[in-house]
Design a protein around this ligand. Structure first.
Ligand code: FNR
Length: 342
């Protein structure tokens, strides 16, 4: 199967892979505040991710590119929606364009639709410094996401089996390029231990990519002709991954992602200690159902919901929302207790 066909498969299977399911965010509850003393009109949702100023804490996470016209159209629509709502956007892995320059336009459409916006490049941890530089240059990107997808590779019959040297390559790239590096998972969740290795190596931004939304194990398994369910239940939930990630150092910026469904989940991610939230599968569903307008309306609704929750809990900015009182229950609470986190 060609790379382009695989990209299209991922999009189609991601759409049928229910991302609106219940997940660890259902274990997080805000403590109601009857006297918030705030006004929705005073809410400021701007935030810094590492050194990058974002006007909103919502990020359209890495999905596509490199699948010909179909992915170019999706990326163009997402980029226009990102521009009109002021949210940052990542493209999918640019390896396809580094291997076949005809595919470059499927990514560059994102910059063409959003000249001034915040755009993230994306490559896997097999990258070289030269590839990282080309990927950033291709989009005039503001940051480079490096994804870690061990489980997805293991589940794919043709996937990688050797995961040595990833951290060294990440460090080398982060030292060499002039934009910040964001290290991200793709749905299996960063652990405290992984985050510690990254922060000790100078990485300043991570994206949790936790379990609870798009599940690349089920997607890859469903693509196989013979039924195979290995690794479908694997991974750290997004809420646990956020809490594990923020244990390490307060100077680390954390993007909470994996199954983020709405403004309430975004608010919860931030109250758990994240600085921003990334959404992939649910934005894909919105753009595939309603085109650019559909994606825009979905993002606007998320922003509106986030602002309403901030007003309800008395948080006028993201820094205050991070301190809003929450209660964590259920299996997420058990996980955190077992891991020795209060
Ligand atoms: C992805 N994701 C992804 N991530 C990445 O770093 N590089 C990539 O090329 C892709 N490709 C991709 C394609 C499709 C169709 C989807 C839905 C997702 C993973 C994505 O960025 C995110 O980490 C996970 O999907 C978890 O977030 P959601 O979907 O649960 O919000």
């Amino acid at each position: 199967m060609s790379r382009a066909e695989r990209k299209k498969d991922h999009i189609n299977y991601a759409l049928t892979n229910s991302v609106e399911q219940s997940n660890s965010f259902d274990d997080v509850h805000f403590v109601h505040n009857s006297l918030p003393e705030t006004s929705v009109s005073n809410i400021d949702v701007s935030v810094m991710i590492g050194e990058l100023p974002l006007s909103s804490p919502i990020i359209i996470n890495a999905m596509t590119g490199g699948g010909g016209t179909e992915t170019e159209v999706i990326n163009g629509r997402l980029a226009a929606a990102a521009k009109n709502t002021g949210v940052a956007m990542a493209v999918g892995s640019q390896m396809a364009a580094l291997k076949d320059s005809d595919e470059k336009s499927t990514y560059q459409t994102v910059r063409n639709h959003n000249k001034e916006g915040i755009i993230f490049s994306n490559l896997g941890s097999e990258l070289t410094i030269n590839q990282a530089e080309q990927a950033v240059e291709m989009l005039q990107a503001d940051a480079l996401q490096i994804h870690l997808n061990v489980i997805q590779e293991l589940v794919m019959p043709e996937g990688d089996r050797d995961f040595q040297g990833a951290l060294d390559r990440i460090i080398a790239v982060a030292d060499a390029i002039d934009v910040p590096v964001i290290v991200k998972e793709v749905g299996f969740g960063l652990s405290r231990d992984a985050v510690k290795k990254l922060t000790n190596s100078g990485i300043q931004v991570v994206d949790t990519g936790g379990n609870g939304g798009t599940n690349f194990s089920s997607i890859e398994n469903e693509r196989r002709t013979a039924p195979f369910r290995f690794f479908d239940e694997w991974g750290i939930s997004t809420v646990s991954s956020i809490v594990e990630s923020v244990q390490e150092t307060s100077s680390l910026s954390v993007i909470g992602s994996g199954g983020v469904r709405n403004g309430s989940d975004i608010a919860k991610a931030i109250a758990l200690g994240a600085d921003a939230a990334g959404m992939a599968g649910n934005v894909l569903a919105a753009v595939q159902q309603g085109g650019q307008k559909g994606a825009e309306q979905f993002l606007e609704r998320c922003l509106e919901e986030l602002k309403m929750i901030m007003a309800a809990v008395g948080a006028e900015n993201i820094f205050e929302l991070k301190k809003a009182p929450i209660v964590v229950t259920g299996s997420t609470r058990e996980w955190l207790t077992e891991r020795g986190i209060d």
